[in-house]
Design a protein around this ligand. Structure first.
Ligand code: ZN
Length: 403
């Protein structure tokens, strides 16, 4: 059915239309011409007194009352000015985009005088675009251009005359050319200088690439100085590997000056859907907004998505970031055996999460609970690790974000 040139053009049009509607045939159409060029494939040419040629003829016939001789003289000028005046346009006698629009649109199909060189690329969704010896499907095909191929030339009457490269002087149908997509600038990289933010002897993970799926190369000690280049929102390239941005404190080498004193404006809110349903001291309810280091928070979102896929619900969270007053409350209440001194907990850096304690409601995150077990086995895939040996007096529900 693609044998005749005429039907090929028509089929190509149908093919493009049907693809837009999502019902493309199995074979993508070959592309040629036989369609009206869109406005995007035609550059408006401004004409004025002294211009000659096919465009002037079109102008004269559209204005009416003039012999269409193709010469823009005084009579044509007077007609143009009168037309502009009656259409509330600047009556300057120059026929540019606005006047062409008022005259029914610039006649791309007979322009013939466009000289603007443009670079376009062959649209996707077709097998190839024919390069022909002249501006029409009756001319011999000399080559096929693949989708994405860039071509530079001048578009007139629905065809581009190629002006550079190996096919200079040959033609392609302009209706299958699209603008070359703009490629944005590379995201800025920034240097990061700081110190490992995890406290209490907890180390930060150094990985072989910028993601939790990359292997562990080693660990950086709490407080160790690090310098590197941020490669995206969450990863920093350092000498010998990559480290999660959440592990790096940049404001002070003295973590005790930062711990539990981070303004919530520098943290990220934890998705409230993770909140434990319980109320507990000091003042938590299901509606209390929890905060967390932003990189840790994004990792937590990934962890929660996996947890929900496995269990059908999120891993409930009691708390994440703890400020000084809250840490003091627990230290006063429980003493040093069970609560960190204010300013020394990973909660105070926004780098720890307590999943739901029992509270008389659930054993999900107790030792041996399905939640605690899953987190021990899978938390590392999201940068969360448990510092305690199984079954010890440590908290079965506490996980540090270690990157
Ligand atoms: Zn904890």
């Amino acid at each position: 059915m693609f044998n005749s040139i005429a039907s090929k053009g028509a089929i190509a049009v149908l093919g493009l239309v049907s693809m837009a509607g999502g019902v493309a045939a199995g074979v993508a159409p070959h592309a040629d011409a036989a369609v009206s060029p869109s406005a995007a494939s035609c550059t408006v040419v401004t004409i004025h007194k002294g211009s000659t040629g096919a465009l002037v003829k079109t102008l004269q016939s559209r204005l009416g009352g003039l012999g269409a001789d193709g010469v823009f003289g005084n009579q044509t000028l007077a007609k143009v000015k009168a037309f502009q005046k009656s259409h509330h346009l600047a009556a300057d006698g120059v026929v540019g985009p606005k006047t062409w629009a008022a005259l029914g649109g610039f006649p791309c199909s007979n322009g013939g005088s466009n000289t603007t060189v443009v670079t376009k690329q062959v649209a996707s969704g077709i097998d190839f675009l024919s390069v022909r010896t002249g501006p029409g499907t009756g001319y011999a095909r000399v080559a096929k251009l693949s989708p994405g191929t860039k071509v530079t030339g001048i578009i007139n009457g629905g065809w581009m005359k190629i002006t550079s490269g190996g096919y200079a002087g040959k033609y392609v149908a302009a209706s299958y050319l699209i603008d070359v997509p703009k490629v944005g600038p590379k995201p800025p990289t920034s240097n990061v200088h700081g110190w490992i933010a995890t406290t209490g002897g907890i180390t930060a993970t150094v990985r072989s690439g910028p993601g939790f799926n990359y292997g562990v190369l080693g660990h950086k000690a709490s407080g160790a100085a690090v310098s590197g280049t941020q490669v995206n929102a969450d990863w920093v390239k350092i000498a010998g590997g990559y480290i999660n941005r959440g592990e790096i404190e940049t404001t002070s080498s003295s973590l005790t000056r930062v711990n539990a004193q981070i303004p919530v404006s520098q943290l990220c809110a934890v998705n409230g859907a993770y909140n434990s349903p319980n109320s507990f001291a000091p003042g938590y309810t299901v509606n209390t907004t929890r905060y967390i280091n932003c990189s840790a928070g994004r990792a937590l979102d990934s962890l929660q998505a996996a947890y929900k896929a496995k269990f059908g619900h999120y891993a409930n969270i009691d708390l994440a970031y703890r400020d000084w007053a809250e840490q003091q409350y627990w230290y006063d209440k429980l003493g040093p055996a069970q609560a960190n001194k204010p300013g020394s907990s990973n909660h105070g850096m926004g780098l720890a999460v307590d999943f739901q304690e029992w509270h008389g409601h659930t054993t999900e995150f107790d030792w041996g609970g399905v939640g605690s077990n899953w987190l021990r086995a899978n938390g590392g895939k999201y940068g969360f690790t448990q510092p305690y040996a199984y079954g010890t007096t440590g908290e079965s529900y506490h996980f540090n974000f270690t990157g």
